[in-house]
Design a protein around this ligand. Structure first.
Ligand SMILES: [Zn+2]
Length: 234
């Protein structure tokens, strides 16, 4: 059969701009009264919910392709991010995500490894092999606007360098400690070709946002599952 009337294949174009919930977790532990922590049981229940509802936790590559309009990405996309690099992420988050086939992103501060409270490099390497993207969060988790531009540059670039050296990856996605930056921070990130930076400004992440001021959704571990899912399903 002739197929002359078949139009040439065109590159994939998303139907509408991506709108991706980027969840912001910290420590997975029992610490009543601390909304930045979530118990292992509640965390497991949230991941089970995402699995049952058909959510697809993205790799950073998938996230980037969606934000740049290169690929439509999977249905029900979501990006799971974990800040600071708490050792309990290895113990309580990695096994659950591995079982469910979920990807995640860890923003770590390499200057804080090896003290027992935070992940060590062996754990970080294992998480990377299990499908986690590992990206920088400053060397020592500083309040960037309170330190000199020179020290900011060290905090940002040395954290990136150490992760890239240890894992053989590119670590050009930043996450602001405490969500804080100033004009020097933005200039340093641009100079070093960081592609994105995540804030703690609340909301869904979309392609219309400044690439160095991407929003996320804080997970308040004291809230119910209903309240948690309302934040990205409303
Ligand atoms: Zn942090």
């Amino acid at each position: 059969m002739p197929t002359l009337d078949v139009p040439p294949a065109s590159p994939v174009k998303p139907d509408k701009p991506a709108r991706i919930p980027v969840l912001n977790y910290h420590s997975i532990t029992v610490d009543p009264g601390n909304p930045a922590t979530i118990t292992p049981e509640k965390f497991a229940a949230q991941m089970q919910y995402l699995s049952e509802k058909g959510y697809n936790p993205l790799t950073l590559k998938q996230f980037s392709d969606m934000i740049e309009g290169i690929d439509k990405g999977p249905d029900n996309p979501i990006l799971l991010t974990f800040d600071d690099g708490y050792a309990d992420n290895y113990e309580h988050a990695m096994p659950i995500l591995k079982k469910l086939g979920f990807h995640a992103t860890l923003f770590m501060s390499p200057g804080m490894v090896e003290d027992g409270y935070f992940l060590n490099w062996d754990q970080v390497k294992e998480m990377h092999e299990a499908g986690w993207d590992i990206q920088p969060h400053g060397m020592t988790h500083p309040h960037l606007p309170t330190i000199s531009a020179k020290n900011q540059a060290f905090e940002i670039t040395e954290a990136r360098f150490q992760i890239e050296q240890m894992l053989g990856t590119v670590a050009d996605i930043y996450c602001y400690p405490y969500g804080e930056w100033d004009t020097s921070t933005l200039r340093i990130l641009k100079e070093h070709n960081f592609r994105y930076a995540f804030t703690i400004e609340q909301g869904m992440t979309t392609p219309s946002q400044d690439r160095l001021k991407l929003k996320r959704i804080f997970v308040n571990g004291e809230e119910s599952i209903e309240k948690w899912r309302y934040r990205f399903e409303k």
